[in-house]
Design a protein around this ligand. Structure first.
Ligand code: GLN
Length: 581
C-alpha cells in the first residue's frame, strides 16, 4: 500500500477533536502487546543487548517478536554517521542503513529485520512535514502533541500490523531526560494509555554506581533517573539494574521503595563474561516470565520449545567459555573506538572461532605507517589478516603492502568490501604489471582504474543515500574456494554497501594473472568474490559484500569460518616448520 493510500485509510482525523491517533489499516487493539525499554542515568548500558535478549526468550517460547529502535537524531538513517563516533553502520537486507543495535537484534533473534524496525527523528519529522504539505492535518496547526507523537504511535502500530508479531519490542535510544527523545517517551506514554492495561510493559534499564573509593553500590543516580521517567507520566513495571557486580538487596529495596515497584520486580543485570549469557541471566532471574505474565501471554509460552532453544544456545556459550587454543587475526583499522566501529566483524570472528573451538584474538594494525620495509614486523605472529570496509585514502597504501605480504607469504587473508577492492589493486599492480593501478576513490588520474565508480552511481549526486545498498544475489563459480565455503550452493545472498566496483574492462587481464572472480551479480558484470587458486595460496579471498552482517552465533558466516580454519592450519604449519627448523 502506498503511503497516500495509508493516509487515506487512517481513522480518527478530524478538526473537531484534540485526539490524533491515526490507526493503520488492519490494526486491532489488544492483538499486539508492547515491551518498551528505556534507559536512565546514562547511555551505553547495553539496552539493545538487554532488549534483544529478552525478546529472544519470548521468541524461544514460541511467540513472534518484532523489535524497533527509535533514534533521537535528525538524520534520516545512520548512513552518514561517522562510525568512529557512533559505532558501525549496520546494513539491513532491504538496504536501510541503521544503528549497530539492529545487528545485535538480528544476531540474538536470528531474524532478518527491515526498515520497519528502525526509525529516527528525521524520519518521523519528514513524514509529518510530508503530510502537512498534503493537507492531511485538515487546517490544524501541526504540533509536537498530538501530531508528532501520533506519528510515532503510528510507526509502532504499523510494525504491529506488518509483522503480525505477538510482541513489539520498542527500544528508545539515548537516556530519559534527553531533549531529543522526550517526544518518544511522551508517545509511548500515550500508547500505553490507549492500548489499555495489560498491553504495554515498561522496563527501565538503569545503572548502579559503585565508586571504587566507597567500595559499595549507590542507588541515588538510578532513583533520580526513574523519578524523571515518572515525572513524564510513565510508571515502569520492571527495573533492570546494570552494574559491575550483582546488585545488593539493599539497593534493590531502595529502588523498590522509591519507585512504587515490588522488590521482586527489581533485577540485577550485572556484567557477565559474554553478551550471549544475558538471555540466561534474564531467564534465571525470572524476568521474562514476569513480562509474559504482565502481558497475559504466559499460557502461550511453549516451555519445551524454550528449553530446547536454551540448550542449543548454551552449547554455544559453553564452547565459547571452554576454548583452549588462540589464533591471532589482524584487522587493519584506525585505533579509536574500534570495538563499536567494527562490532559485526568482531562478532563474526567470535562466532567462527567458537565453532572451531578457538579464541580469536584481534590485533589492530594501523596501516598509515606500514611500508614494505616494516610489514613483516608489523604482521609478525598473526595467523590471518582482514582488511575491512572503509572509505577514503588514509592508510590505503599500507593496506596494499599488507595484502602483498599476505599473498606472498601465504598468510590467510580476508578482504571485506574495501579490502576486496584493495586486493584487486594490489594484484593488478604487482602481478598483472598494471603499473599505477588504483581505485578512482584514491586516485582519479590513475592510468589503470581497476576499481571505479559504479555506472549507475555516477548519476547520483550528494552524499546521503547514493550507494549500492542491501541484499543482492551472488552467483558462485563451481569448483572454487567460494563454492566450497558455501557447500557448493550455486548462489547465495549477501549484503552490500559500496559505491565503487571492479571495472569490467579489467576482469580478463586480472584473471589472466591468476586471480579468480568466483562470485558475481546475476545480471550485471559486478564482481562480488575474488580468490587465489589453492595452488597459489591456502586462503586468499575477498568479497565486495559485507558478510559480517550475516553471521549468527549458531550459524557462523562461511568467509569468517574459512578464515579461522585457515588460521588454525597456518598456526599448525608454522609451528611444525619451527620445530623442524
Ligand atoms: N569505499 C569503497 C566503496 O565505496 C568501499 C566501501 C566499503 O568498504 N563499505 O566502494
Amino acid at each position: 500500500m502506498s503511503s497516500n493510500d495509508r493516509l487515506a485509510k487512517v481513522s480518527n482525523i478530524s478538526d473537531e477533536t484534540e485526539f490524533y491517533t491515526p490507526l493503520p489499516a488492519g490494526y486491532r487493539k489488544g492483538q499486539t502487546k508492547y515491551v518498551i525499554v528505556l534507559g536512565t542515568v546514562m547511555s551505553g548500558l547495553g539496552k539493545g543487548i538487554f532488549a534483544s535478549s529478552l525478546a529472544k526468550l519470548l521468541k524461544d517460547g514460541g511467540l513472534t517478536v518484532a523489535p524497533i529502535k527509535l533514534e533521537g537524531y535528525l538524520n534520516l538513517d545512520s548512513g552518514t554517521l561517522n562510525p568512529y563516533r557512533h559505532g558501525e553502520v549496520f546494513v539491513l537486507d532491504d538496504g536501510m542503513e541503521t544503528d549497530m543495535d539492529l545487528g545485535t537484534y538480528e544476531r540474538m533473534l536470528d531474524q532478518n529485520l527491515s526498515r520497519a524496525n528502525f526509525t529516527t527523528s528525521g524520519q518521523i519529522f519528514s513524514r509529518v512535514l510530508e503530510k502537512e504539505r498534503q493537507g492531511s492535518y485538515l487546517g490544524r496547526d501541526v504540533q509536537m502533541i498530538p501530531h508528532v507523537t501520533g506519528e510515532v504511535k503510528s510507526k509502532l502500530r504499523e510494525l504491529a500490523v506488518t509483522s503480525g508479531a505477538d510482541v513489539v519490542f520498542v527500544e528508545i535510544g539515548g537516556t530519559v531526560g534527553d531533549v531529543e527523545n522526550a517526544y518518544y517517551i511522551e508517545a509511548v506514554r500515550q500508547l500505553a494509555y490507549e492500548e489499555g492495561a495489560g498491553s504495554v510493559c515498561f522496563v527501565a534499564l538503569t545503572f548502579i554506581l559503585e565508586p571504587p573509593s566507597l567500595g559499595e553500590q549507590k542507588s541515588k543516580a538510578a532513583q533520580l533517573g526513574i523519578k524523571r521517567l515518572m515525572e513524564g507520566g510513565i510508571q515502569p513495571q520492571i527495573i533492570a539494574c546494570r552494574a559491575q557486580n550483582p546488585v545488593t538487596r539493599k539497593v534493590r529495596e531502595k529502588l523498590s521503595l522509591y519507585s512504587n515497584i515490588p522488590f521482586e520486580h527489581v533485577f540485577s543485570m550485572h556484567d557477565v563474561e559474554s553478551v550471549y549469557l544475558i538471555p540466561d541471566l534474564i531467564h534465571s532471574a525470572g524476568l521474562d516470565r514476569l513480562v509474559t505474565e504482565m502481558l497475559q501471554l504466559h499460557e502461550r509460552i511453549d516451555t519445551r520449545r524454550q528449553h530446547q532453544a536454551h540448550t542449543a544456545w548454551m552449547s554455544y556459550v559453553e564452547r565459547l567459555k571452554n576454548v583452549t587454543q588462540t589464533v591471532r587475526i589482524g584487522i587493519t583499522g584506525k585505533y579509536s573506538s574500534l570495538r563499536d566501529s567494527y562490532a559485526s566483524i568482531i562478532q563474526a570472528l567470535e562466532h567462527a572461532g567458537t565453532n572451531h573451538d578457538v579464541r580469536v584474538q584481534i590485533e589492530w594494525v594501523d596501516t598509515s605507517e606500514i611500508t614494505s620495509a616494516n610489514v613483516a614486523t608489523a604482521l609478525a605472529g598473526l595467523q590471518g589478516i582482514i582488511v575491512p570496509g572503509g572509505f577514503g585514502t588514509r592508510g590505503f597504501e599500507g593496506k596494499i603492502v599488507c595484502i602483498q605480504y599476505a599473498r606472498e607469504q601465504r598468510l590467510p587473508y580476508l578482504g571485506l568490501c574495501y579490502g576486496f577492492q584493495a586486493a584487486v589493486v594490489e594484484f593488478a599492480r604487482n602481478v598483472c604489471g598494471l603499473e599505477g593501478a588504483d581505485s578512482t576513490e584514491i586516485d582519479t588520474e590513475t592510468p589503470h582504474p581497476v576499481i571505479d565508480i559504479l555506472p549507475e552511481q555516477k548519476q547520483i549526486e550528494g552524499l546521503g543515500g547514493n550507494m549500492r545498498l542491501g541484499g543482492r544475489d551472488v552467483i558462485i563459480k563451481p569448483g572454487t574456494l567460494a563454492a566450497q565455503l558455501f557447500n557448493n550452493a550455486p548462489e547465495t545472498h549477501m549484503r552490500f554497501r559500496h559505491r565503487y566496483e571492479v571495472d569490467p574492462r579489467y576482469i580478463e587481464r586480472i584473471e589472466a594473472g591468476g586471480m579468480i572472480f568466483s562470485g558475481h551479480a546475476p545480471d550485471h558484470p559486478i564482481m562480488q568474490i575474488l580468490e587465489l587458486p589453492a595452488a597459489l595460496h591456502p586462503y586468499f579471498i575477498g568479497t565486495q559484500s559485507h558478510p559480517e552482517f550475516l553471521s549468527r552465533p549458531l550459524r557462523p558466516e562461511p568467509f569468517f569460518f574459512g578464515l579461522v580454519r585457515a588460521a588454525k592450519e597456518y598456526q599448525l604449519h608454522v609451528t611444525s616448520e619451527q620445530v623442524a627448523g
